[in-house]
Design a protein. Sequence first.
Length: 691
Amino acid sequence: MTKETLTVCPYCGAGCLMVLTTENNYIKKVSPFMKGDKFLCPKAVKVADFVHNPKRLTKPLVRDNNTFKETTWDNALNIIASRLSEIKDKHGPDSIGFMGSGCFTNEEIYIYQKFVRTVIGTNNIDSCARICHIPSLKALMRSIGSATMSNTMDEIEDTKLIFIAGYNPEVCHPRLYFKKIKTAKNKGHKIIVMDPRMTSVAKIADIFLQIRPGTEIPVLNAMANVIIKENLIDERFINNRTEGYEELKTSVEKYTPEFAENISGVSAKLIIDAARLYATIGNVVTLWGMGMTQHICGVDNVSALINLLLLTGNIGRVNTGLSPVRGQNNVQGASFIGALPDIFPGYKYVTDPDAQEKFKKLWAVESLPTKEGLTSTEFLPNVLAEEGSGINKIRALYIAGENPALSQANLNLIRRALMEVDFLVVQDIFMTETAKFADVVLPACTFAEKAGTYIRLDRAVQLLNPAISPLGESLPDWKIIKMLGHKMGHANLFPYNTESDIWEEIRKAIPDMAGITYERLTDGNAIHMPCPDICHPGTPVKYTDKFPRPSGRALFVPVNYRPPAETPNEEYPFTLITGRDAYHYNTSTITRFVPYLKQRTDRAYLQIHPKDAARYEILDGDDVEVVSRRGKVVLRASVTEEVMPGVVFAPFHFCEDPINLVTNNALDPLSKTPEYKITAIKIRKIDSDIT
Ligand code: SF4
């Protein structure tokens, strides 16, 4: 029998709605939903290829020396329950680290973090948000008091100016690029792009600030300097809605356009033009991506952006606002619902006594861990800590829907940790690079087999509906965690029979979700949280009267330029940037199983400027060895003027020769996010002596 199911795309945070036509538990067709943008990109149209791929995990597996053997759910969960209990009893709950996923539904994130905090008793939980937008969260929490996008994605096409920093929308969120940004351009609105690469959006920009990698702060501070000096500030907004203006004014005095030009390579004139346009046009939407966040100064980079929009009053009104454009489909949910070591559901700090009391009462437990946990970028390397070194040594890892053996920086280190950890559980849909190190592998379901909710990048909550029943013995992630909670003697904490039971508890846990029911989300309806009660329509524009800080005002945070952890030198003369390719997604866990996508980009490549290529006698398509202080890979050269001389770019998706073997794991001290965007490297054409 043919059935049509309306659900949500599993890839990016743009949350396109899709209709899956199924027959006999098989996806026959994928179509866009015929309301709204009616948009699906090629990745989305081909989801059946990975959902039904014969390589899907369909049974629990346990390690048997160098191989895996199939087992029952009962046995797999018994092993996990007993090993986690043993390690917890012997070494304490903080000796275990948990990674959750930006692909989980909100319901799955919720039950996972509840399991970690109540059954295990640690806050050592993290998600892929750590390596993308935690710097945005940190900067937004200190300036604004909340970390979500302030306005909706629909407003992008009706603003006057889109300011895009370190973000390549065509590959990260195709819907935003093709349906919002290009529409804005066609309507005659302006675009400013700040990026080291000539991306597709840079090509259509009115002003392109092509910066040297890592020089965001000098340029943004110089724009603030011009806006203040030329009295283009929104004085009323600053007086009524902000604090800390005088400190900011003093801090940007030295950042003249000429000073910024020296550091960034962007001409002073262009910086002045950008500042004037930004401050005088009326409405600006600011979008930023990992080009801003994946630096040792990622939090400060974002603060510099926030300062600009506060100076000009571009927040709290329709068609303005700040947009940390989250990548993965539910990475916004992963952080908002609490898959973070310092955050309870609803962006409440675990160290906040009121939040502690609230969650103890809600979960009917006597105690919860009060200390902030470790981030994934801390607890993974801590597996290798020496006994007695004083470092919190990690003995067990539970990794669900993440693939740190490809996604983390400095992979040789991370892979050693995965190999040496006493006990490793991986819960996923395919045998990922991380799963290959596991002691127990649990088969999870894809989005097509799941119900629940996602939070779109602009705070809109959307409903996911199962189109097919789980393949083989795979199970939705929430059921696996529930079963494990029961196995570990805490059935009372996980009384849920359906996803909707968990959602009802989330509505009690998070006042901003209280008014959102599954019924209100049917037929493709999306509700922007906060939505405090059942009659509330949702909140498309936030901060219209006050900011959620104690003073009710937003805070200017002065920030200063500091150089990257690694700068090019004689031995390592190039700066490597990493980023996305249009046809793959994250660690390509699912896209590598889609023939159409694999054919479009079949292996990792290195973009290199023609002048550099000529110097090294490299031709388009040649194999090039890329070497950093941490490792080396061989990539296919792609000679292009999209990168500037001295800078090269490689995508991070590929399992063969993964670029993260060379990337730098130096961390931003505030967000603990690695500096993926800047690695000093040297290159050599294979079979050539020129280095
Ligand atoms: Fe899916 Fe994002 Fe493409 Fe929409 S834009 S179809 S959500 S990948």
